[in-house]
Ligand binder design. Structure first.
Ligand SMILES: [Fe+2]
Ligand SMILES: [Fe+2]
Length: 364
């Protein structure tokens, strides 16, 4: 029997009616159904077909709570941040710090938007996709904070203004070098995002969110510039919510990992330390490609920003903060049988692992 004939027999057996003879009148649904066929198979890694499945109720709750983050960058008291309140070097130094922050927080929108597209292509459950969307939106707000501070203190900055002092010129040179490294990170991230299962992405993301929450909490307490204290508080709250998303995913995904995937996580955690130290601590040379002038200029600029009230923590305080954050991370993942990498820079024992500097997926 031909396929068409067998389909006809099946349709008849299912009680469907054969198509109408001629084209008179409107056919009944059963008659149209008689002739239906299926489309070709859906290509792999395509966003279609769309479905809205829910596996992790906790993520639905987090997304609902994130619909209104409770703040918006344009509503902060920007008028109180006056150019005239600072010396030129202080303005350059504060704007410089936000330009460095922008390597992390202003790459956030593009990084999470990619992750969101990826989550559609891999047909993740609906709340995972929605949470990526909400993180993307938050990161756009964080980017705007960097943008607004820089625009108020160094209009045209970070690169399009002409500094009047040597320290200002050093700031711009350092920022160009940071953006060079940011560009390398972006190239690596784009290539890596499709390579890793979600469990690995989320563990890497957690490291970034933990770092971010720690940083903003510390600066909120330390700055003497009111509008920035409020900005840091709001961003810190968002970052804590991002941590919650990562934790919910990790609890779901980590129990099912194999040995190879566990090792990948150990490597990515080391990568996370190296990359995120660029803002949390000081950039180590394992990934960061920087000239010899970078660190001495960076320290002068940080001292100047601190004197101006930005709330930059001392190196010792930052090492201590980073250590506390990393230990929290260790506490989360070790129960799943994942070895923690050695981070001797801040006194953390663990496994010595290599990682590929072109293969970094942590985000902020
Ligand atoms: Fe952020
Ligand atoms: Fe974040």
């Amino acid at each position: 029997m031909s396929t068409e004939a067998s389909k006809g027999a099946e349709a008849l057996a299912a009680g469907l009616k054969p198509p109408p003879l001629g084209a008179e009148g409107r056919p009944e649904p059963e008659q149209i159904l008689f002739g239906t066929t299926e489309p070709p198979p859906f290509p792999e890694h395509n966003i279609f077909p769309l479905q809205w499945t829910v596996e992790t109720a906790k993520l639905v709750d987090i997304y609902e709570a994130a619909r209104d983050p409770g703040w918006a960058p344009h509503l902060l008291e920007w008028e109180s941040l006056k150019k005239e309140s600072f010396s030129p070097d202080q303005r350059y130094a504060i704007a410089y710090w936000f330009a460095l922050l922008s390597v992390f927080d202003s790459s956030g929108p593009a990084v999470f938007a990619r992750a969101m597209i990826h989550s559609y292509e891999t047909h993740e459950e609906d709340p995972v996709r929605k949470c990526f969307f909400s993180v993307t939106r938050d990161e756009v707000n964080h980017e705007e904070i960097c943008q607004r501070v820089i625009a108020r203190l160094t209009p045209g900055g970070p690169l399009g203004y002409t500094p009047e002092t040597a320290l200002g010129r050093l700031a711009q040179n350092n920022v160009r070098w940071y953006y060079h490294n940011g560009a390398r990170y972006w190239t690596g991230f784009k290539g890596s995002i499709g390579k890793y299962p979600l469990a690995i992405l989320f563990t890497s993301f957690l490291m970034g969110e933990l770092a971010a929450a720690t940083l903003f909490h510390g600066m909120h307490l330390n700055t003497s510039i009111p509008v920035l204290a409020e900005a840091f508080r709001c961003i810190g709250k968002d970052e804590a919510r991002h941590m919650g998303i990562c934790m919910a995913m990790i609890r779901k995904l980590l129990p099912a990992l194999d040995d190879e995937q566990r090792l990948m996580i150990t490597r990515q955690l080391r990568a996370g330390y190296v990359f995120l130290s660029g803002i949390l601590y000081e950039p180590p040379d394992q990934f960061w490609d920087l000239p010899e002038t970078f660190t001495p200029a960076h320290r002068l600029l940080e001292d100047c920003a601190r004197d101006a009230g930005l709330g930059v923590l001392s190196l010792e305080q930052r090492a201590e903060n980073w250590r506390a954050a990393v230990l929290r991370m260790k506490g989360v993942i070790e129960p799943y049988g994942i070895a923690f990498p050695a981070i001797p820079e801040i006194g953390i024992d663990g496994e010595t692992v290599a990682f590929d500097p072109d293969d970094i997926v942590p985000v902020f």
